[in-house]
Write a protein that binds this ligand. Structure first.
Ligand code: ATP
Length: 274
């Protein structure tokens, strides 16, 4: 579909304030991004430029949001692709897709007058899995092309390019990806703690009529182990229950129903894959 080809399908106007919890990950990421911003000093000190940041952690914790916020924070072009897009590609197509991704980043930066670009690759493990025993051969060229492009990045060129990749399975990655000068900065994005869950709920409550009687602290307390994506679902489902009740506001009972629903949904998902 055209959506798949359009790597730029996600314009990024997302900021770090739109991401709940994750304070440590956000700070670590900002610190790393300063390498992109303070490029002149980096060069003066002869510091190796930062080319790749790896975001690791469970699904739905906000890794994609982080990458988009990073683009906004550094005033960069945002270009993205997902490892799973390469799955059904013929040999050689994946490699040219990688080349195109870098080309697009450079041409869009030139067109839009930006001097840096962030290329986000979600599910990097799909193309960057360990290459032992002749497995993943169909992805070898794709991975090699990515490594070649990364090695070809220079700080003196405009736009400066930073690759942000995400994975739920860091231990699966080929060591070639993790070498210095490649994805050598790792940031763990964990499931949110209670305070983080409250913050995420508040973010997603912004455009919703939540009753003052409903306690987000209670909802956060009852959603131990939920990801940001699941909390977004809870907020959405609670609004649907309230609407079905013809209630003008979302009440505590709607949140209780929504939590059960999201929990059950996860359970059936898991059972169906067993
Ligand atoms: P995956 O590994 O499955 O790709 P991810 O870690 O990239 O997941 P995102 O795509 O960033 O997760 O998050 C999915 C959705 O969940 C977001 O669009 C947002 O609505 C919600 N979400 C996740 N984490 C957060 C968060 N920390 N703050 C606010 N919303 C969040």
């Amino acid at each position: 579909s055209s959506d798949r080809k359009g790597k730029s399908r996600t314009p990024s106007y997302l900021t770090f304030d739109d991401i709940g919890g994750q304070d440590r990950a956000k700070n670590e990421l900002k610190e790393a991004l300063d390498f992109l911003i303070r490029h002149e000093e980096i060069r003066k000190f002869g510091i190796r430029p930062l080319k790749g940041i790896l975001l690791t952690g469970p699904p739905g914790t906000g890794k994609t949001l982080m990458a988009k916020a990073a683009a906004h924070y550094t005033n960069s072009i945002f270009v993205s692709a997902s490892g799973s897009e390469f799955v059904e590609m013929y040999v050689g197509v994946g490699a040219s897709r990688v080349r195109d991704l870098f080309k697009e980043a450079r041409s869009r930066a030139a067109k839009e007058g930006k001097d840096s670009a962030i290329i986000f690759i979600d599910e990097i493990d799909v193309i960057g899995g360990k290459r032992e025993g002749g497995q993943h051969r169909e992805y070898d060229q794709t991975l090699n092309q990515l490594l070649t492009e990364m090695d070809g990045i220079h700080t003196s060129e405009t736009p400066r390019i930073l690759i942000v990749a995400a994975t739920n399975r860091k231990e699966m990655l080929d060591s070639a990806l993790l070498r210095p000068g490649r994805f050598d900065r790792h940031i763990q994005v964990d499931l949110p703690d209670k305070k983080g869950r409250m913050h995420i709920l508040q973010i997603h409550a912004k455009n919703k009529p939540v009753s003052t009687e409903a306690s987000m602290e209670r909802v956060a307390g009852e959603t131990f182990g939920f990801s940001g994506a699941q909390l977004e679902s809870v907020m959405n489902e609670a609004a649907i229950y309230a609407m079905r009740d013809d209630n003008p506001e979302i009440a505590q009972k709607h949140f209780s129903l929504a939590i059960d629903k999201v929990m059950m949904g996860e359970k059936t998902d898991r059972e169906s894959t067993m």
